[in-house]
Design a protein around this ligand. Structure first.
Ligand code: CMP
Length: 240
């Protein structure tokens, strides 16, 4: 029998409000406006490893992750995948289809724990933005940061070899998912197969495995139970 998902307990309005205060796009919103927003969002739970939507779907909903993590990726017809981003609690996604009224630009998939997401419809979100222009300003800041990240990915794909890209992906994962262990070591708190990493790096599993073996041979990293520990962060950064 598959393991049971934990029972979902919906948030109270006060809990939704407390969470929304910590979401970057709502960070400068006055308490009364935030209360109105809390009253119009819905809460949805998505089981682990489920698809929230596929690239190409129609969509008019914005998602804000309350807990769990979501992988944003593009998948080719022959099944190859490029991971574009891993979204953490507090992050939003699904804004592109809302703003340009085109189909979903990528697939959103839950990673290995269920995702609780607050959702808001296109109509409600547009109304909220018009009422509170500060949200638009913060949204622009967040989207600008995403463009910088995409530019970095383009630069890496154009100019770095796979070994450098593996090192640079591990460095950025350690910044977001890293847990400091003793002796300056960092555990990347995310279970990943070599294929998962290859999808992030934009290369084949075999090539990424060779790069990981090289890093392990030099004691820069170690891998146990699909989790990577970085033993020499400065050396890895120099590789990246
Ligand atoms: P939408 O196109 O509605 O559905 C897919 C979502 O993935 C998209 O909105 C964005 O929220 C998100 N997304 C698409 N591309 C990227 C990217 N390169 N980096 C981060 N998020 C992205």
């Amino acid at each position: 029998m598959p393991p049971k998902e934990p029972r979902f307990i919906p948030s109270t309005p006060a809990q939704s409000l407390a969470f929304l205060q910590k979401v970057s796009i709502f960070s400068h919103v006055a308490p009364d406006a935030l209360e109105r927003i809390a009253s119009i969002v819905s809460e949805r739970v998505h089981p682990k490893r489920s698809i929230i939507f596929h690239e190409g779907d129609e969509g008019d909903t914005l998602y804000i992750i309350r807990s769990g993590r979501v992988k944003i990726s593009k998948i080719t017809e022959d099944g190859r995948e490029k991971t574009l981003a891993i979204m953490q609690p507090g992050a939003f996604f699904g804004e592109m289809a809302i703003f340009d009224e085109m189909p979903r630009s990528a697939t959103a998939e839950v990673l290995d724990e269920p995702v609780v997401a607050l959702t808001i419809s296109k109509r409600d979100f547009e109304r909220v933005v018009l009422e509170t222009p500060r949200i638009a300003l913060q949204l622009l800041r967040d989207l600008t940061r995403r463009i910088r990240q995409v530019n970095q990915q383009v630069e890496d794909l154009a100019f770095k070899d796979v070994h450098e890209r593996v090192a640079s992906t591990l460095c950025s994962l350690s910044r977001v998912e890293g847990r400091l262990l003793g002796g300056n070591r960092i555990l990347i708190n995310l279970k990943m197969t070599h294929q998962d990493l290859a999808n992030m790096v934009g290369s084949s599993r075999e090539t990424v495995t060779r790069a990981l073996n090289r890093l392990q041979d030099q004691d820069i990293i170690s891998i146990a139970h699909q989790q990577i520990t970085i033993h020499k962060p400065e050396v890895l950064a120099a590789w990246a």
